[in-house]
Design a protein around this ligand. Structure first.
Ligand SMILES: [Fe+2]
Ligand SMILES: [Fe+2]
Length: 159
């Protein structure tokens, strides 16, 4: 009955719920300060993570396990944009690494469908990592101009 897979899928759900909370927290703060592009990126990524919860939960229920729905970490109250991007990139990197390991563990336990779920998540987390680290590079290259550009994008939306 693939108990280990259910345990790993629930761990993934814990990480995904933490990511949703953290990214929505970043979304609110960026939105409040008029950094619309970043606010949108955090919101869109949070929605992707919500779909990851759904995929993991569907697999748990198929395996007749219980879905725990417990965030693994509480939200870090980070307010500086550069620190938000760094935290988000680190979370994505860690998720991609863990899901790779857990995919291998599921394969070792002859549960290739759960392995496939983790592999699909890895693809998304690597894309998220790439997006956040690109924004971080832009920030480092442009400095204050970076935030100004994000504000301008907000103003364009209003007019
Ligand atoms: Fe995710
Ligand atoms: Fe992600």
């Amino acid at each position: 009955m693939h108990e280990k897979s259910v345990e790993l899928l629930n761990k993934a759900i814990g990480d995904e719920l933490s990511a949703i909370h953290q990214y929505m927290y970043f979304h609110f703060h960026c939105h409040d300060r008029g950094y619309q592009l970043l606010a949108n990126l955090f919101e869109k990524t949070a929605i992707d993570e919500m779909r990851h919860v759904e995929k993991a939960a569907e697999r748990i229920l198929f395996l007749q396990g219980e879905v725990e729905m417990k965030p693994s970490e509480s939200v870090e109250k980070i307010h500086k944009v550069r620190d938000m991007l760094e935290r988000a990139a680190a979370m994505e990197k860690q998720s991609a690494q863990e899901y790779n390991e857990w995919a291998n563990e599921c394969a070792a336990n002859a549960d290739s469908a759960s392995k496939r779920v983790f592999e699909d998540l890895v693809l998304d987390e690597e894309r998220h990592y790439d997006q956040f680290s690109t924004e971080m590079e832009n920030f480092d290259q442009l400095g204050d101009q970076y935030l100004a550009l994000h504000s301008i994008e907000h103003t364009k939306g209003i007019t």
